[in-house]
Design a protein around this ligand. Structure first.
Ligand SMILES: Cc1nc(C(=O)O)sc1CCOP(=O)(O)O
Ligand SMILES: C=C1C=NC(C(F)(F)F)=NC1=N
Ligand SMILES: [Mg+2]
Length: 539
């Protein structure tokens, strides 16, 4: 009990399990390897164990924790925690009610609670700061460790909604760890993505069971987790993610680079878009490849100037799509995500949300309906929207685009008469804990680009989808360390310019289709962005 509960480091929380131990290891040997290599708090969790052996085990683990000055938490068994004077307890929703727990253990012990929904956050906030000290937010991803789980995995977005509820309920004292299926291939992304929408609260740590308890080399496993936790930048892409100056000279350089690098732009997209998307990519100097086969994605993504356009109008299987996204994140090459018809149907919503849970996207582009839905401001929930011609106020669209940019830590593009671009990547910065001073995402800088209404643009197939091809091509032309935001802006301006000229020169949708390709081709060949006739508003 030498631990001051206000100073506990929750960053690497090891929860034990004696049912998955590799041959020749014990709970204590795995715990000790963890303590030696960066575990900062231990929870003894034994589901089927008689009391006497639990107490003996707890005493052994306690000796180790004292040796490393790390708190020992006992799961469920308040009696055992009191018997050995552990540093705290952790209880689930169906265990002893929290007020009774606090009464039994007194004010100095750490009380942890499993939290999986907003109602539980509202309850802990009502109890106030003397009741619960920390919460395990789960489950993030599927896990075999928890037998007969009563809840579904809710991904990083589910964690964010719990962090938001803590902020909305002013539960400032609560420390948080995420739990459930957390492993080196997803921990960085979870730490980077999981911040409250007001940018004031990140996770205080992550909790793992199998990644350490089932590890042949628990020391190595803990070391790897420790190094991921100590990172301050999540390099999901090897591009520079800051918000730089934009100028026609700089855009000229990017356009020139496309012609030189002929980036390999992998398209996973819907049937209607395939042909036109490939032609748009070729017209501006890229090399398109239409492939949904996960077996070849590593070869494609490993090409030096590669990029992926993931347009979920595709019918490819979710597992194949997850593998493809995972590979591009692993090789750190950009992905443009176009969540076609984001909330138009339950199946599309589920597919898009699953992909948003399992990947990190350099750019997410959508039309007004998709961006509003992604921002949780879907037209059905919209107030003050003119029902008739459903023209939505630009300020609302900017708010939605900023929300999407920050919510998914991405460069968000909302297409319409005016295209809006917002950089929500925070330059890849990741942090633990609560920080009141962080920038307010509602003030993220943006760029708008318009050349007036181009009604015919919406009258041909795949015009929106092919902006995705254009963005992916320009991102693909970037080499390590070059700026992503500028390339996205350049692509939007190029596409808007070509659309405007083509609309003025065509006699119908057929010739518009051809004219759009011709104009994209011509604008790249002549490469004179200073002459492009669009109106930019740079905040
Ligand atoms: C103990 C526990 N609680 C969860 C919750 O969601 O509350 S998930 C879980 C098991 C997590 O194990 P692993 O790290 O091996 O996935
Ligand atoms: C079910 C659980 C949920 N969360 C946690 C922790 F992460 F430690 F808070 N421990 C548990 N046993
Ligand atoms: Mg679209």
């Amino acid at each position: 009990m030498g631990i001051n509960k206000k100073e506990v480091d929750y960053s690497l929380y090891l929860v034990t399990d004696s049912t998955m131990l590799p041959e020749g290891t014990t709970v204590c040997s795995q715990v000790e390897e963890g303590l030696k290599n960066g575990v900062t708090i231990v929870q003894l969790r034994e589901k089927d164990c008689d009391t006497k052996s639990f107490v003996l085990e707890a005493r052994k683990v306690q000796r180790l924790c004292i040796q490393y000055n790390v708190p020992l938490i006992i799961n469920d068994r308040i009696d055992v925690a009191l018997a050995i004077q552990a540093d705290g307890v952790h209880v689930g929703q169906s265990d002893m009610p929290i007020p009774l727990v606090r009464e039994l253990v007194g004010p100095d012990m750490i009380v942890g609670w499993s939290v999986g929904n907003i109602e539980e956050v509202e309850q802990l906030a009502r109890w106030g700061p003397n009741m619960i000290d920390n919460i395990g937010i789960g489950m993030v991803f599927p896990t075999k460790t928890k037998k007969n789980p009563k809840k579904q995995p809710f991904g990083p977005q589910g964690v964010i909604s719990i962090l938001d509820a803590l902020e909305e309920n002013n539960a400032d004292w609560i420390k948080t760890v995420a739990i459930g299926g957390l492993h080196p291939d997803n921990i960085e992304r979870v730490l980077y993505q999981c911040r409250s929408s007001n940018n004031r609260r990140a996770l205080d740590g992550i909790a793992v069971v199998s990644d350490i308890m089932a590890a042949e080399d628990a020391g190595f496993a803990a070391t790897r987790l420790r190094s991921l936790l100590d990172r301050t930048i999540y390099n999901f892409s090897n591009l520079d993610l800051s918000t730089p100056q934009i100028s026609s000279e700089l855009i000229k350089v990017i356009i020139d680079q496309v012609s030189k690098q002929h980036p390999l732009v992998q398209h996973v997209t819907n049937k209607v878009h395939q042909n036109f998307g490939a032609n748009v990519t070729l017209a501006i100097g890229g090399s398109p490849i239409m492939s949904e086969n996960p077996d070849e994605v590593l070869d494609l993504a490993s090409v030096s100037n590669s990029a992926l356009l993931l347009n979920t109008g595709t019918v490819a299987a979710l597992n194949d799509l997850k593998k493809i996204v995972h590979v591009y994140n692993e090789v750190r090459r950009p992905i443009v995500f176009d969540p076609v018809g984001y909330s138009a149907s339950q199946t599309r919503l589920d597919l898009n949300n699953a992909l948003l849970s399992y990947g990190q996207y350099t750019c997410i582009k959508g039309n007004i309906g998709e961006i509003l839905a992604l921002a949780g401001m879907g037209v059905s929930k919209m107030r003050g929207v003119d029902s008739g011609d459903d023209v939505i106020d630009e300020a609302i669209l900017l708010k939605a685009t900023r929300r999407v940019a920050f919510k998914y830590k991405t460069i968000a593009v909302c297409t319409g008469i005016t295209d809006i671009i917002v950089n929500g990547t925070m330059s890849g910065e990741t942090q633990l804990g609560r920080n009141e001073s962080n920038t307010n995402p509602e003030l993220l800088s943006y760029i708008t680009c318009t050349s007036g209404d181009i009604p015919i643009m919406g009258r041909i197939t795949a015009s929106g989808c092919s902006l995705g091809s254009t963005i992916a091509t320009l991102l693909g032309s970037l080499s390590i360390g070059e700026n992503a935001y500028r390339a996205v802006v350049a692509a939007v301006i190029l596409y808007k310019t070509a659309g405007k000229i083509a609309a003025n020169n065509c006699t119908g949708t057929g010739s518009f289709n051809v004219a759009l390709l011709d104009e994209l081709y011509q604008l790249v060949q002549s490469n004179n962005p200073a002459s492009w006739d669009v109106t930019l508003n740079i905040s």
